[in-house]
Design a protein. Structure first.
Lengths: 144, 144
DNA sequence: GATTGGTAGTTACAAAACCAACTATTAGAG
DNA sequence: CTCTAATAGTTGGTTTTGTAACTACCAATC
């Protein structure tokens, strides 16, 4: 029994997006969770610092769309694991510059490769045109 | 400073999907949260029952990809709000058939329309071809 | 140079999610 | 029958998140 035929739950974009996001995230999480005991937010912080270099927590919040309390906790956890270090800025002591340690960088280097091949596998099922369209649409939705 | 130029975090599909999913979900949540005090899982249960008719909790778990403990709690909450009712099955008393009450159905009817127009607005920024591709890709990823 | 307002980041407490063990029930094998 | 295994759903304890209030600091105004 389906009450409506023109608009189905399976077509509701937020629903689809959530399920797709969940599926891919679960697939990838074992790489950072099982092996390095990281949470998703921690992994994202590592990825940001590894790819874009040292920055303030604030910048990570904006780029990664993570609330500052979550970043704050992720940074504390990563520091405890000795994956990153903080450096208070002399000019403005409210800021602290975050950067990966050697250990953290090694983790990033490995996960970066894993992420790249994970993504390649995931995209392998689509044509180049589909990939472009998919990513463009997602980016557009994300910037809403 | 960007260390790698061929594969950027912004291209990592799980990341993109998560941000897009988050953005749309937050946009829609006020409709069920503010007005009806529902959680996301509750809203999904209502949507499933409203669209596909009475079913067992197990079926909702499978269709909506929600863990049974979450469904169990959502059902209890919806029952307390008098949006759904349970009926134990005579044949097999482990099963209970869930269905929306009149109240629940009214909520569904309204939210269904809101969801439809929300989705239409969201998709308005894309061409018909993009929409088709986007949804097809998402559905494919979701079924992984 | 005190006061007010704003910013970066943290903490505390409450809400929600996660995971594992549990109850109640049925099905099937001996 | 009765015993074991399996299924539907629930509960309890821990982890994670969300929200709001907080600290520490800086900048601008008076």
């Amino acid at each position: 029994m389906t009450k409506f035929s023109d608009f189905d739950l399976q077509d509701f974009t937020p629903f689809l997006l959530n399920i797709a996001a969940e599926a891919t995230s679960l697939g990838f999480q074992r790489h950072y969770k099982e092996k390095y005991g990281m949470l998703r937010t921690e992994w994202r912080v590592v990825f940001h610092l590894g790819q874009y270099g040292p920055m303030h927590a604030k910048e990570i919040c904006e780029r990664a769309r993570i609330h500052k309390t979550k970043v704050s906790r992720a940074v504390a956890a990563l520091e405890a694991k000795r994956y990153l270090q903080r450096k208070e800025e002399a000019k403005d002591r409210r800021h602290e510059t975050l950067s990966l340690t050697r250990r953290g960088l090694a983790v990033f280097d490995e996960l970066y490769e894993v992420a790249r091949s994970f993504d390649a596998d995931l995209m392998a099922q689509f044509t180049p045109e589909e990939r472009v369209t998919l990513k463009r649409c997602l980016a557009q939705i994300a910037n809403l």
